[in-house]
Design a protein around this ligand. Structure first.
Ligand code: GLU
Length: 537
């Protein structure tokens, strides 16, 4: 019951009134006096997918931008799909992304409770109000009745039977049954649901902040169940009642809810309430092809689709961005660009700049393709921009060995241009603090020959007589040596790197030498030369 109305349905039945778009005022829309209150309303049916995080983010940005309030409401009316731990997961993920709501479960606020199952008793009077004003009706059909009528319709070539203004007359409800029978059933406690009484052939119009005017004819809408026989409202009723009671000004949510929006507009009208503004965000598309991004794409192409790790009741772990080493700032920056752009070439936006730049009129209508490589690029940019001591503190927790934080910070400074994640700094740069035990075979084969050992030994003597170990001076000393011997850089530098680091590539050798200092440099050259000589024999 908590599912959106099928998207293919809306695609075939909706007319997006694009010609009316030009009349939609854009900039002035949010100047209204009503305070901005937006909500993120996840159902605790599992971990939050990237798309859900993006919805939360746009709500957060919109609220902050307009000095409004960001609410989180847990929509758990469908108890059959409830997943233990999902709510905690969602809250934790939002915290990691640094986009905490100010009202919600455990956060306080004047409009609580913020979990729908805790509001259970509130909904029935609203459902009954719809019956009283003729907008809703009781339906007594059992699950078996419904299966039978669907089956029958299928056999007659109508696979998509709907409970609607045409078919309701032949079903068991308070419209089709005599008044006294309805009364008798209610008094006898027969199970019933309350359905929306969709009018026939009316155009419902709604102006979506992103898509412009959307028009749907009620003949294409069914009589949705609003209140279930278990005494719980369905998503549609609870969502509208809560958005109204929580004084939500803008509903910003995924495109999959657009087909439900006309029903929601009708419900607001039925209650005589002012509807909030709607903004339906574009779908997230898989990196290859055009389909919707799914968990399976993540497994298939090797990237996380969840913000943080999620462990199922069976113990299966789905990996998250946090545990994969992404910084939340990079993840959030990347997500912000999935469906929005600032209209400039700037790509790096810390949260406060996103708040500043974000507007709904720059959110696109078309689906946003997720790009794992671009995601890594954002991470690289954030890593490079991060303070070296901060990086060192993260690194210290991830490695064995007790190194002074200042030394680790230097390692980070030297290595971060070559890394995507903090862990790469160590994979690539642990040699800075640990002497090499192996020497790159390819470099050895290609470069450790001829005069190599002689040059390195000579250069070692010069280094042992050098006092100034700044990178600039080491560079000068090195270049002077090349000039005095009239030899090229390729005859000494790769060999020097090999003995000092064991590697064929890496950051500036002058920086490395300066970092190691005289004693360590000389010791490493001696050990390296010895080892390579043995290697040759
Ligand atoms: N509970 C719905 C969901 O899980 C919320 C839809 C809405 O924002 O109205 O996505």
């Amino acid at each position: 019951m908590n599912d959106p109305i099928q998207l293919n349905f809306i695609q075939s039945k909706f007319r997006i009134a694009s010609s009316l778009l030009i009349f939609a005022p854009i900039k002035t829309k949010f100047m209204s006096q009503k305070p901005v209150r937006v909500r993120f309303a996840p159902s605790p049916t599992g971990p939050l997918h990237m798309g859900g995080v993006r919805t939360a983010l746009y709500n957060y940005l919109f609220a902050k931008k307009h000095n409004g309030t960001f609410v989180i409401r847990i929509e758990d009316t469908d108890q059959t799909r409830f997943v233990e731990g999902a709510q905690d997961y969602i809250m934790d993920a939002m915290k990691w992304c640094k986009m905490m709501p100010t009202e919600g479960p455990g956060l306080g606020g004047d409009f609580g409770p913020y979990v729908q199952s805790e509001r259970k008793e509130m909904y029935r009077p609203y459902a009954e109000q719809l019956i009283e004003n003729g907008k809703g009706y009781y339906a007594f059909d059992t699950a078996e009745d419904l299966t039978a009528v669907r089956e029958q319709a299928k056999q007659m070539g109508m696979p998509n039977w709907q409970y609607n203004s045409v078919t309701r007359g032949s079903m068991k409800n308070s419209i089709s049954l005599p008044q006294d029978e309805v009364q008798r059933r209610l008094e006898a406690g027969d199970p019933y649901v309350i359905r929306m009484k969709m009018p026939r052939n009316e155009d419902i119009r709604l102006e979506d902040e992103i898509r412009g005017w959307v028009v749907v004819n009620t003949n294409n809408l069914d009589d949705k169940v609003l209140f279930k026989s278990d005494g719980m409202p369905t998503y549609h009723l609870a969502n509208i009642v809560d958005d109204h009671l929580m004084e939500i000004s803008h509903v910003i949510r995924g495109e999959e809810w657009l087909p439900s929006a006309p029903l929601h507009v009708m419900l607001y009208e039925a209650f005589g309430w002012e509807a909030p503004k709607f903004a339906h965000l574009p779908l997230l598309l898989k990196p290859d092809g055009n389909g919707k991004l799914s968990k399976r794409d993540g497994d298939r192409l090797g990237f996380p689709v969840f913000p943080t790790n999620w462990t199922t009741a069976e113990g299966d772990v789905f990996s998250g961005y946090r545990e994969n080493g992404y910084f939340s700032g990079a993840f959030v920056n990347m997500l912000a660009f999935l469906g929005w752009n600032p209209g400039t070439t700037q790509e790096i936006f810390p949260m406060d700049e996103l708040v500043e730049a974000f507007t709904l009129d720059r959110v696109s209508k078309s689906g946003a393709k997720f790009d794992p490589d671009k995601t890594k690029w954002f991470q690289q940019q954030y890593l490079r921009a991060e303070n070296n001591t901060v990086l060192a503190e993260i690194l210290q927790k991830e490695i064995e060995g007790d190194y002074p934080i200042e030394r680790l910070a230097e390692v980070c400074r030297l290595m971060k241009e070559r890394a995507t994640f903090v862990k790469d700094i160590w994979t690539e740069g642990s040699f800075l603090l640990e002497r090499p035990t192996e020497y790159d075979a390819k470099t050895t084969r290609k470069k450790w020959k001829g005069e190599a050992e002689n040059y390195i030994t000579e250069f070692k003597t010069i280094l042992s007589e050098t006092e100034d170990y700044s990178a600039e001076n080491i560079e000068k000393v090195f270049k002077d040596y090349l000039a005095s011997k009239e030899i090229g850089i390729g005859q000494v530098l790769p060999q020097f790197r090999l003995v000092l680091t064991g590697k064929g590539m890496g950051p500036s050798m002058f920086e490395i030498t300066s970092f190691l200092g005289k004693e360590e440099t000389i010791a490493r050259i001696e050990i390296g030369v010895e080892a390579l000589r043995k290697n040759e024999e």
